[in-house]
Each structure stands twice: as structure tokens, then as C-alpha cells.
Design a binder for this molecule. Structure first.
Ligand code: ADP
Length: 333
């Protein structure tokens, strides 16, 4: 197969193909998040029963928890199309006008990272969400004219990792707001077993549990680890993912028993060794390990906070005693 090769030797296309196969396409296949799923199924059924479009939905939670997947399941259950875009991709008023103009009656528009919409674009969305109209200003200065466009009724699904960065007027325009939580080990184990069946790889329940325990509550991570463990199982063992194969492979990938990887450890060691345990500001910390502050805050930090390894204080991040213990570094405080 042609295409760019990533570090694992798979082509980008092959990985994308696998990704599509692994993505659940119905509520039944979507594991965990029972409360959210149950509520959404009621709202979908009610809207279908009334012959109406679904109210706008806001989903928030860390990356990889299944916001996009759930959105496409919801649209599918409504028998509708889902158009996907992201906040940063809609830069100018013309972009949002084109996106909305492209919608048909009953379509779903999914905006990922909706907290990153710029203010002008966001304000233009208000009337589109509330009254399904859209005002375009033509010309400049005193001669400028406003033209009102009628839009088909559509459902906006906004996804964000940072609900706190959403303005109140935008948040209030969503009729349904749901928080996706990190998954339990047993839910992640079910996801792995389903994914292994899709990938046609043999796995023992204890092997699935070992991977689940190191996947920091996240389906995207669990699937990624499964793909890599499968490689080790195929090349260095007899193809079956047992507990031992999973453990040995994850050790080789430098993912420890709590799911911390080399970046997490770099963060903790930087706080401890370079900044005396903290507090240290996010930007300084990110620069010291050559990572982006945004990635650090969205991807690594939530899990370290969840484990109680770091604390956020008004003066910056500090490492806790638990972090010292986990890393085996003596705590002198
Ligand atoms: P997000 O939009 O929150 O970043 P995605 O919807 O892209 O996350 O999910 C990442 C991957 O994890 C998906 O491709 C899918 O295969 C898997 N996944 C997510 N949620 C579930 C779930 N509840 N059950 C099974 N697999 C899931």
C-alpha cells in the first residue's frame, strides 16, 4: 500500500482504514457512558416521534473519550447526515456562512473544539442556532446592508475538552449538555475485546484487562495500545495476546502500570528536578520539556490530576508526594 509511513511501519491509509472499522456505529456497539447513552436515546426517540429535529447538543470531556463517535451514532439514529468541522477551521464569517449554507433540513453539524471559535463567528452562530436565520453584512461603513438568510432546521453538536472556555451565551443555546467521563477498566476491557474481534486477533480476558489498566480511561488510547501489542504478539510470540504478552509489550512501549508514558514522566521529573517540586507555571513547564502548553494542559495534565500526582495552585503546578513515590524519587519536603 502506498502512502506515508508512520513510526509503526503502517501506512497512514491503513491506520485510517482500521480506525474506521473500530469505530462503533450504533448505540449498542458504543460501550460505557450509560447515562449519556440512555438519555440521548430517549431524546432521539422523542424527536423522531414528533417528526422534529433534535435540539442542539454539547458534549464535553477529554480527547479520545468518544465525542465524535457518539455524534455520528446520534446522527445515524436520526437518519441524518453528519458534517464535521472544527472551531479553528472556521476562521472568517464567510467560512461559517458557507458551512451553514451547505446544510440540508435535518442535517447535523459537528463542530469539534468549539471553544476555539473566534468571537465574531460565534456571535453569528447565535441566531442560526436559535431561530435558524443568518444575517450577512454586505459592504462597509454607512452603506453596509444586512441580509437575512433562512436556514434549514439543523442540529449543532459542539464538542469541547474545555467547557470552562465556552462563553455563557453559546453554552446556553445548547438544549442538551453531556459530560463524557473517563471509562472504567471493565468498560475498556469490553472495548478491547470488541476491537480485537474486529481486527481478528486472539486475546485472553486477562490480556485485555492488562491493556485496559494502562489506557488512562480512554478508548482511543486503548485501541492504539491494542494495535501495538498485537504487533509484538505477532512478531515475538505466537499471535495470542495473553496477560504476559500484554505486560511485556507495554513495558517495551514504556507505558507503566498506571498508564504513564515518557511524556508524563518528563513532566513530573521536570517539576521535581528542575523546579524543586513546583509551583511552576504551565508555559515555563511546557517550554522546559519542549512540549506545547495546550497539549500538556489537554492531554497529559487531566490524567496526572486525576491520579493526584500534580496539583494546580494559583502560582502553578506542583508535584505531590504520590508522584515522588511512584517515580521512586525521595521527597525532601
Ligand atoms: P473524541 O471525539 O472524544 O476525541 P472519538 O469519538 O474520536 O473521541 O473516539 C476515539 C476512538 O475511540 C474512536 O475511533 C472509537 O474507535 C473509540 N471509541 C470511543 N468511544 C467508544 C465507545 N464508547 N465504545 C467503543 N469504542 C469507542
Amino acid at each position: 500500500m502506498e502512502g506515508r509511513l508512520n513510526t509503526t511501519g503502517y501506512s497512514q491509509e491503513m491506520d485510517e482504514e482500521i480506525e474506521i472499522k473500530l469505530r462503533p456505529s450504533s448505540f449498542d456497539q458504543y460501550i460505557g457512558q450509560d447515562k449519556v447513552k440512555e438519555n440521548m436515546q430517549v431524546f432521539v426517540q422523542a424527536a423522531l416521534g414528533r417528526g422534529e429535529t433534535l435540539d442542539h447538543v454539547l458534549l464535553y470531556g477529554q480527547p479520545g473519550l468518544g465525542k465524535t463517535t457518539l455524534s455520528s451514532i446520534i446522527a445515524g439514529a436520526m437518519g441524518a447526515q453528519l458534517k464535521i468541522t472544527t472551531g479553528p477551521a472556521i476562521e472568517r464569517p464567510g467560512d461559517i456562512a458557507a458551512t451553514l449554507n451547505d446544510l440540508n433540513e435535518g442535517d447535523f453539524l459537528f463542530i469539534d473544539e468549539i471553544h476555539r471559535l473566534n468571537r465574531t463567528v460565534e456571535e453569528m452562530l447565535y441566531s442560526a442556532m436559535e431561530d435558524f436565520v443568518f444575517d450577512i453584512i454586505i459592504g462597509k461603513g454607512p452603506g453596509a446592508k444586512s441580509i437575512r438568510l433562512e436556514l434549514p432546521r439543523f442540529t449543532l453538536i459542539g464538542a469541547t475538552t474545555r467547557i470552562g472556555l465556552l462563553t455563557a451565551p453559546l453554552r446556553d443555546r445548547f438544549g442538551v449538555v453531556h459530560h463524557l467521563e473517563p471509562y472504567s477498566v471493565s468498560d475498556l476491557q469490553k472495548i478491547i475485546i470488541r476491537s480485537a474481534a474486529v481486527l481478528d486477533v486472539e486475546i485472553e480476558p486477562s490480556g485485555a484487562e492488562e491493556i485496559a489498566r494502562r489506557a488512562r480511561g480512554t478508548p482511543r488510547i486503548v485501541n492504539r495500545l491494542l494495535k501495538r501489542v498485537r504487533d509484538f504478539a505477532q512478531v515475538q510470540y505466537d499471535g495470542i495476546i495473553t496477560e504476559n504478552v500484554a505486560r511485556a509489550s507495554l513495558d517495551k512501549l514504556e507505558i507503566d502500570r498506571l498508564g504513564l508514558d515518557t511524556v508524563d514522566k518528563k513532566i513530573l521529573l521536570a517539576i521535581i528536578e528542575k523546579f524543586g517540586g513546583g509551583p511552576v507555571g504551565l508555559d515555563t513547564l511546557a517550554a522546559s520539556i519542549d512540549e506545547e502548553a495546550g497539549t500538556l494542559e489537554d492531554v497529559a495534565e487531566p490524567y496526572l490530576l486525576q491520579l493526584g500526582f500534580i496539583q494546580r495552585t494559583p502560582r502553578g503546578r506542583t508535584a505531590t508526594r504520590l508522584a515522588y513515590t511512584h517515580l521512586g524519587v525521595p521527597c525532601l519536603q
